[in-house]
Write a protein that binds this ligand. Structure first.
Ligand SMILES: [Zn+2]
Ligand SMILES: [Zn+2]
Length: 332
């Protein structure tokens, strides 16, 4: 057990850097306003704590900017040409992380054009983090310098610091990223810093055995980070790290990307639809008209009422499980 706990660990941090959400988070009307500057200084202290815990620990930082994801820092290769100037009063690895991360974030934020802000590329950053972990944990056999740093890393993990709401169009890519993380044995931790809970990130943490924490006291961000996210998953076996007690398992329909309480699942490819469809849009399976009529009549919406707009489906329909129909092809 001791030797296992002693192993080095890899941490990939994904920063959600949506300018709009950070502006909202810093407003003085919030119970605990948190500015991006204060967030970054607490984050850098946390990153320093991770690399300071063990000499062999590795770190990568990814930024999710509007419509773009960027690798901001990695401890395994140099991203910037000019190293930060030496300072007798600071530990060089800490200084390297601090200056590189801040410089890269400032450069990306300065490059954002004023105007419409596209949603943050969280999925892009998550996928990049998974590819990076895949690369450092499974070095290609053709590479000649398999240094000791690239040997198999135990429990790599990803920490997502989220401020943006769920983007329902990213449901399928997020689920695919979760499956890749499960296969790579990567734990995904989520700290929701601002805004409402995100359904998809709750599921990501739950399915990869990570922990999802909603930051209630945002003035204590560093304390949450150190207490909950600094210990690597192997150490968490002997510590009690807080986890969420309830998880929202709803999915988004493939047709309109709405988050639905009751969905209809294609019995062939498991695509989810918010209403019975004659032909599955993913695998083109045709469903018998009889099954459709039966499912439509069994829909939770009362028959005489006019069809409700889909947006209301989220609140109006109680969460129930649909009766299943095992005849193939058909909807179940
Ligand atoms: Zn739909
Ligand atoms: Zn299908």
């Amino acid at each position: 057990m001791d030797s296992e706990v002693d192993k080095p660990s890899h941490l990939s941090v994904i920063l959600d850097l949506s300018p709009t959400q950070w502006y909202l988070s810093a407003r003085a009307t919030n119970p605990y306003p948190l500015t991006i500057g204060s967030f970054l200084s607490q984050l850098l202290a946390f990153l320093n704590a991770h690399i300071g815990t063990k000499n062999e620990n590795t770190l990568a930082v990814f930024g999710a900017f509007p419509g773009k994801s960027v690798m901001l820092y990695t401890s395994t290769e140099a991203l910037v040409d000019e190293p930060p100037p030496l300072d007798a009063n600071s530990y060089p690895p800490f200084r390297m992380v601090d200056t590189t991360v801040t410089r890269q974030i400032l450069r990306e934020l300065d490059a954002i054009e004023p105007g419409d802000e596209p949603p943050c590329a969280l999925v892009g950053a998550l996928t990049k983090a998974l590819c990076y972990i895949n690369r450092i944990t499974l070095p290609s056999t053709s590479s000649t310098n398999v240094a000791e740093g690239s040997t198999h890393l135990p429990d790599p993990r990803i920490l997502i610091l989220s401020v943006s709401p769920d983007l329902s169009s990213s449901y399928i890519p997020i689920m695919n990223a979760i499956f890749s993380a499960q296969k790579l044995k990567v734990t995904i931790d989520v700290c929701k810093i601002y805004g409402a809970d995100t359904v998809f990130l709750q599921q990501a943490a739950h399915l990869t055995n990570g922990s999802y924490i909603y930051l209630e006291r945002r003035d204590a961000l560093l304390q949450y980070l150190i207490m909950s996210f600094l210990p690597p998953p192997l150490v968490r076996k002997v510590l009690t790290v807080p986890r969420q007690d309830k998880i929202d398992f709803r999915a988004a329909c493939f047709c309109h990307k709405n988050i639905v309480d009751v969905g209809f699942v294609c019995s062939v490819c498991l695509s989810i639809f918010c209403q019975p469809v004659p032909v599955c849009s993913t695998c083109r399976t045709k469903f018998p008209i009889k099954a459709l009529q039966r499912l439509k009549s069994a829909c939770p919406s009362p028959a005489p009422a006019p069809p409700r707009p889909l947006a209301n489906l989220n609140n109006a329909v109680p969460r129930t499980t649909e009766a299943t129909n095992h005849s193939t092809p058909g909807l179940r």
